[in-house]
Write a new protein. Structure first.
Length: 79
């Protein structure tokens, strides 16, 4: 669960004196991440849809995934 990541985030913010209410920690579950990817793939990744090109987006294995600030890295593992 996100308990460990949240505790680490809170400890670092406390040490740095960052107590702004805009700093919020949250994590996504593997299942929710998979559902989001499948929805993106089926709606926006089809060949010829929007800017997806002739082959589409996320229609076959491979590619790059950039994990930008995902807490404990669950999206990178799930991808």
């Amino acid at each position: 669960s996100g308990g460990f990541g949240k505790a680490v985030s809170k400890k670092e913010r406390d040490e740095l004196g960052q107590h702004q209410s805009t700093l919020v920690y949250g994590e996504i579950s593997f299942n929710s991440f998979g559902i989001a990817f499948e929805k993106i793939k089926s709606k926006y990744g089809l060949p010829g849809v929007g800017h997806s090109g002739e082959e589409g987006v996320m229609q076959k294995p491979g590619g790059l995934f950039y994990d930008i600030g995902s807490g404990t890295g669950k999206p990178a593992v799930a991808a």
